[in-house]
Unconditional design. Sequence first.
Length: 149
Amino acid sequence: MSDEPRGHLSILIPGEPCAQGRPRFARRGAYMVAYDPLKSRTWKATAQAHMQRAMGGAKPMQGPVGCEVQATFTCPAGDWRKRAPRLRRWHAKRPDGENVAKAVLDAATGVLWLDDAQVARLDVWKLIGAQGEAPGVRLLVWQLGEVAS
């Protein structure tokens, strides 16, 4: 297939990955308003700053886009080993991969692409980093070509 990365954009968002939180509700006069929890809002603002820097003033992508999200979490202190340091391994606990991806896709809307509905291919990896490895989200984005039959 011709949808493999060609001319991709690679972005590193340092810090502990954050999942999209459940919306919170507040009464504003006669209306109920939904808003993002503070943790999600803060993480998405940081992610957007890194994405804007990577775009370098370019306009958001149009058309179908492929995206790979690799979330690397901190190795817990209780897992550290002196003689045989822990290597990277799969992260099979909360937060859910789709909620981490949702936070990334929401942050990228308007910066990397116009609407997150443009993401036609999405791969999500959740890893626990090796001992001493810094946590972060590595984002790989590319424009999708025609699908070969």
